[in-house]
Design a protein around this ligand. Sequence first.
Ligand SMILES: Cc1cc2nc3c(=O)[nH]c(=O)nc-3n(C[C@H](O)[C@H](O)[C@H](O)COP(=O)(O)OP(=O)(O)OC[C@H]3O[C@@H](n4cnc5c(N)ncnc54)[C@H](O)[C@@H]3O)c2cc1C
Length: 482
Amino acid sequence: MTMLDALAARLGAELGADRIVNDRQQLRTYECDGLAHYKVIPGLVVLPLDADECARTVRACVEAGVPFVARGSGTGLSGGALPHAEGVLIVTSKMRTIVEVAPGDERAVVEPGVINLHVTKAATPHGYYYAPDPSSQQICSIGGNVAENSGGAHCLKYGFTTNHVTGAQVVTPDGELVELGGRAPDTPGYDLLGAFVGSEGTLGIATRVTVRLTRLPESVRTLLAAFADTDQAGAATSAIIAAGVVPAAVEMMDALAIEAAEAAVACGYPAGAGAVLIVELDGPAAEVDTQFDQVTALCEANGAFELRAAADPAERALFWKGRKSAFAAVGRISPDYIVQDGVIPRTALPEMLHRIGEVARAAGVRVANVFHAGDGNLHPLVLFDDAVPGEAERAEEVSGAIIDLCIAHGGSITGEHGVGTDKARFMPRMFTDDDLAAMHLLRCAFDPAGLANPGKIFPTPRLCGEVPRRHKAGEPAAAELF
Ligand SMILES: Cc1cc2nc3c(=O)[nH]c(=O)nc-3n(C[C@H](O)[C@H](O)[C@H](O)COP(=O)(O)OP(=O)(O)OC[C@H]3O[C@@H](n4cnc5c(N)ncnc54)[C@H](O)[C@@H]3O)c2cc1C
């Protein structure tokens, strides 16, 4: 009997056979996340019903010395939930209870498998919503959002997941259930919750999350502006922010992304547009109306040839439908594509889009751009056909070159999709050895045995007992810390 067989037998007896998946064919369901070209069939899948079952699963893994990986809905785009062939995949999709909606405290308490949009649906009758809105919000889980510190179109004004999580119950990598943060806006001591948010499943598994609810705005107005090219749309974005207006969202799509969206969902964007901006303003009605006029004038001044104000919620939804379906829509114009995710200062947008175009043309591949322009968070979609020899490799090169360009422009290798499996190799391009060693010390403080989501984020599997670099005088050695 292998170690995994023994674990399956133990957990099946303790939790119930229906929590265990160990049939080879069924295990294939979990072999990848949204980054589907990395595939690993997990050794075993466990679907706990609650925090206690999750903690017992982790403790069983620890006792057996078996690695474990958390998985929410599996929509991640960086291979963060890629399973371990000799490990256990702990899937939270049975943990979907909305424990509490507390409008008086502007909080909701939810289990990690709860779908992002369901939090808003539960809060709306009370006059509230959950602000972070990844485009995948109809399917992604709050646990996955916390692990990736996910963003979304409205994070420009409202901030990322980390600004909307005040507490989490967590199973630590040794199987203990602990509370980080709480209901209050802040707690004394080190910001362990802050460290946990965005840690991509390497510091433990969230089993309950306390999120901040945001009051529904009195007024929302949405503008679709069409430009001849991305230079004009980029300049309009900078002008809006420079004018002191902070829209709820400023999203940009270029001609190729528009073509894909039209083919997929017939969103009816203005014909002939080289770029469109969706600008959304929300807040008190009087303020929104004033800012709407300002934004309209700034778009016109920067070359917008058509401006449409959403007349009603249905038209607003149609504007957003094109944007929110853009990733999947690209499948209509290309058999294969890579979704890249990088950040640059907003003012570098026009220059960066030119450089991406140059790199793509030189490699003979097409790149569609659809992104959170207000945040400078790019999502170039590198199109290729896997059936054409060499195209996948060229697409990978372009994708990597785009990340180098982001770093060269003072940006980052990921804006919201995380490092996961995919970007670990880029970490040394952005961080020094000392930076990586400091991050690694933190990881080891939570997980000295290195069992929680091993192989992710860091470029090489560093072991916790290892001294990752020469120590400076007076600094404690890793071994003294743990
Ligand atoms: C069409 C599409 C659009 C997208 N748009 C956006 C977007 O606008 N913004 C954005 O930020 N992302 C976006 N994403 C990426 C993805 O949806 C997010 O990263 C999301 O947060 C992942 O949630 P999930 O439940 O699918 O997590 P998974 O993919 O299952 O896991 C992601 C990571 O979280 C860890 N994890 C999962 N649950 C837990 C837990 N309970 N405790 C600890 N760690 C855990 C996993 O180990 C893994 O490292 C998009 C993806 C798709 C497919």
